[in-house]
Design a protein around this ligand. Structure first.
Ligand SMILES: [Zn+2]
Length: 197
């Protein structure tokens, strides 16, 4: 049998899962709870599923205090969920920057339109503040070519990520970055998915 990957149980739902798929928390020296998405911070860790619902439930059931055997600061459910959500978004942003450094992104309406027409590209980012009709046009062209569309950043942020002025659209070209970005996006969506009974 292959060596088993280490498992940990979620503080909230108690389900044992592969450690790497869970959300790790550590305590700072002042006993503030810190989400450790990279699972690299020193110290003992406590885990929840990578789900907002389990983070909320763990807080509600005071499981962090139990897990860390004592008082825990910063165990506010909404603040933690927000913090984790922001970090997940930042991971997506950092892959966009990397793809840009690797010349695997085109941005700006004309360039993106041209590539989409040829069916090129793996993920299309559309600014959250793009005008509705232009947004629809790009969504339509991407959909016609089976390219997923994501809206997470505004024009200014998109521009900054690709080292330019404001950008309404940015297309990640076929490369390893597409898989990395897609997996981070999936994590982000799963995190905020409503808990199903
Ligand atoms: Zn759980």
């Amino acid at each position: 049998m292959p060596k088993a990957t280490p498992e940990r149980s979620c503080l909230a739902c108690r389900e044992p899962k592969d450690k790497g798929s869970l959300l790790r928390f550590v305590l700072a020296p002042d006993r503030t709870l810190v989400p450790d998405l990279q699972q690299k911070l020193p110290g003992r860790g406590a885990y929840t599923c990578m789900k907002a619902g389990c983070v909320r439930l763990a807080v509600q059931k005071k499981q962090f205090a139990r897990g860390f055997k004592g008082e825990v600061l910063g165990a506010d459910a909404e603040a933690l969920v927000k913090q984790v959500g922001e970090r997940l978004v930042e991971r997506i942003a950092s892959y966009i920057s990397l793809a840009n450094k690797g010349a695997k992104i085109v941005s700006g309406s004309d360039q993106v339109s041209e590539r989409l027409k040829k069916g090129e590209g793996g993920v299309l980012f559309v600014a959250t503040d793009i005008s509705a009709d232009i947004g629809e046009r790009f969504r339509g062209s991407a959909k016609a070519k089976g390219i997923p569309v994501i809206s997470l950043f505004d024009k200014e942020r998109m521009g900054a990520l690709v080292g330019k002025e404001m950008r309404t659209v940015a297309l990640v070209l076929q490369s390893g970055f597409v898989a990395s970005i897609s997996s981070e996006i999936e994590k982000y969506r799963n995190f905020f998915e409503e808990e199903r009974e």
